[in-house]
Design a protein. Structure first.
Length: 461
């Protein structure tokens, strides 16, 4: 007779989760083992625990498959982003932005202006990944040229990209949080403004102050001139032409087309520009959509930058994402996280404690599962009844969940977002994380405002 699957005990769930954290922490930070191998070991570890609960091999395989299937839109974006980056490089879009950006930016205003640019881009496009992969790549190139510490620049880029992704009505995580919590999309966005805007202002002030401290940095005039000369020799740099792919993505996003459509159209336009205006052979242009090759400006940093992109370049991140999703699927459907979280949420009585617990649970879910999608769904489901019990608007739930998941994913090396940002910017997550001021401040501001009773909407809905 087949035994029915059972729920894990609290001790069992704790042992399982702690085992994952120890495996990743010790293996990655101390032994230097590949994160992919560590995730594979964690999948085996969790599968053994699930089998102990009477789940069959078929059940465990289904858990992994369901999780990957639910995140297919994100996987499509991975593939498209590789082609977007490569096509923008070849069409001269990135080269033009670097060429003219070098003429406009100075160390004093680079950080605050860069933050605002990333915010606007991600709000308009609904994708933090797209922002990091396009504007973010340009800003990293400019930062390196004008002697801005690239760790600061990366933290600024991630901060701006997260801000926009969190507030954009086109963002998948924004829509998912609102839908799962049972609130309207714009009600959810309105609720987030209470905590997101103060966090943004604080981050902007920090980047501005740091920018003023960098005022003494000398502009490398000769180096900038050499870069501009090299770019002009390789590309046709008419802004009205080369910025069309970026403008297309922006306009279609404002018209509320899906990110996949926006990216696809921008890729097509970039390919056409590469052929007609950059005099690139059509076969060569199509091949770089698979794997871009370094440019030949004679300047190593620019050559490496312009050689980024292509579907193949996303392989490391995509494989990691698939493995993390598989791991998260088992943890979610075998109820390891559910049991662990349910063991203490029933004791919560105060709003501040509830918001802090929701945000912490989101962070823990991201650490364990490596993917914001599952974390958002899980935590909205877990905490919904408690928010109703305390007669809180469910928009506070969706807001708190996003601040524990969407905001923290870029700070964790093995999440899909963290892995993508690290590969795209060429900077390790743990290196830029201390400078991602918005991501660090937003959860803290949210908890403090909840304790003070500020920004708590009236009514359950």
């Amino acid at each position: 007779m087949t035994k029915l699957p059972r729920e894990p005990s609290r001790l069992h769930a704790l042992i399982c989760i702690v085992g994952i954290f120890l495996t990743i922490a010790l293996g990655l930070l101390m032994a230097g083992i590949s994160i992919h191998v560590l995730i594979f070991i964690c999948i085996i570890w969790v599968s053994i625990h699930a089998a102990y609960l009477n789940y069959s091999y078929t059940d465990i395989q289904r858990m992994m498959s369901d999780s990957i299937h639910n995140a297919l839109p994100a996987i499509y974006i991975f593939i498209l982003m590789g082609m977007v980056i490569a096509s923008f490089m070849y069409s001269g879009t990135i080269a033009s932005l670097i060429f003219y950006g070098l003429s406009l930016l100075t160390p004093t205003i680079f950080l605050p202006i860069g933050l605002i640019l990333c915010c606007l881009m991600s709000v308009a496009t609904g994708t933090s990944w797209g922002t990091v992969g396009t504007v973010g790549v340009v800003l990293i190139g400019i930062a390196d040229a004008i002697h801005i510490p690239i760790l600061l620049a990366a933290g600024m880029i991630v901060s701006g990209a997260t801000f926009g992704d969190k507030l954009s009505p086109l963002s998948d995580t924004t829509n998912l949080a609102a839908m799962t919590a049972g609130v309207g999309l714009y009600q959810h966005i309105h609720a987030m403004l209470y905590t997101t805007l103060p966090s943004f202002i604080l981050a902007l002030c920090l980047f501005s102050v740091i920018g003023w401290q960098l005022n003494g940095s000398e502009m490398p005039i000769e180096q900038i001139s050499a870069i501009q000369t090299a770019l002009a020799s390789l590309f046709y740099l008419n802004l009205w032409i080369t910025l069309l792919p970026l403008a297309c993505m922006l306009v279609l996003s404002l018209l509320r087309f899906s990110p996949t459509i926006c990216m696809t159209c921008s890729i097509v336009i970039a390919v056409i520009i590469s052929i007609l205006y950059q005099d690139k052979p059509i076969v060569e242009v199509l091949n770089i959509l698979w794997l871009n090759t370094p440019a030949n400006t004679g300047i190593e940093s620019i050559d490496a930058l312009l050689g980024r992109g292509g579907i193949y370049s996303m392989a490391w991140t995509l494989i990691l994402s698939l493995m993390a999703l598989a791991l998260g699927g088992i943890l979610y459907q075998a109820k390891f996280l559910t049991v662990l979280i349910n063991s203490f949420i029933s004791k919560i009585r105060r709003v501040g404690s509830l918001v802090a617990t929701t945000i912490t649970a989101g962070l823990v879910s991201n650490l364990g599962m490596g993917e914001a999608y599952i974390s958002i769904i899980l935590n909205c489901q877990l905490f919904k009844a408690l928010y109703t019990k305390l007669e809180l608007n469910h928009a506070i739930l969706s807001r708190s969940v996003e601040e524990g998941t969407t905001v923290t994913t870029p700070l964790i090396p093995w999440t899909t977002a963290g892995a993508f940002y690290a590969v795209t910017l060429g900077i390790a997550v743990l290196d830029y994380a201390p400078y991602a001021f918005f991501n660090l401040l937003n959860p803290i501001v949210s908890v403090l405002m909840a304790i003070a009773g500020i920004g708590l909407l009236k009514g359950r809905r």
